[in-house]
Design a protein around this ligand. Sequence first.
Ligand code: E4P
Length: 218
Amino acid sequence: MEIFLDGADLDDIVRHKDLIDGVTTNPSVLSRHKSSEHRSIIEEICSIVTGPVSMEVNSEKYADMLEEGRRISKIHSSICVKLPCTFDGFRCCRALSVDGVPTNLTLCFSAAQAMLAAKCGATYVSPFLGRLDDAGHSGLSMLEEIVEIFSVQDYETKVLAASVRNLQHVIGAAIIGADAITMPATVLKQCFDHPLTAAGLEIFARDYSLCDTSQTRH
Ligand code: E4P
């Protein structure tokens, strides 16, 4: 399962670059920076990580979306153009995939949307687990359906678990067989930080520091 960092904080990306296969951004995380800086931030992210970097279009209408998607795709060879799971987004996905531009179909909340993303040649489709949970449904159940359909139908599009809020989402996505997951730095930290690991290290360090003293004593 590919692991992406979800966000545009350069310090987070530099800190975690050895653990991740790429980065996903969205208009909300980029809005924390001035719009004039978005392109340079994305360029900087592409220079830090070797894998795909998803950047989303802001246009909603097909022609504008296609023009914006093509423009975004030229920023760097690592760019994956993020498009919404809407009628215009699916059409734009089809057009960009014909051009060979990698795409990530975002804001996916149903297996039917994921299926259309695959039919339109998306590179990735991003089912939003956390936001579907927030709406009173099960994000992991949707993910399970999508992974099952993609296996039965032999779709090439990769399933990218997104809107990940906790370790249950991470472990669930891995068990279900998602191809990729994107998580904020807070959740990635929970993947490697464990209180028992920290406590065990403290015990080992304390025992080791006593080692020479105790050998002298015996
Ligand atoms: C990633 O591609 C999405 O933009 C992101 O996972 C959304 O996460 P959120 O629902 O926590 O904002």
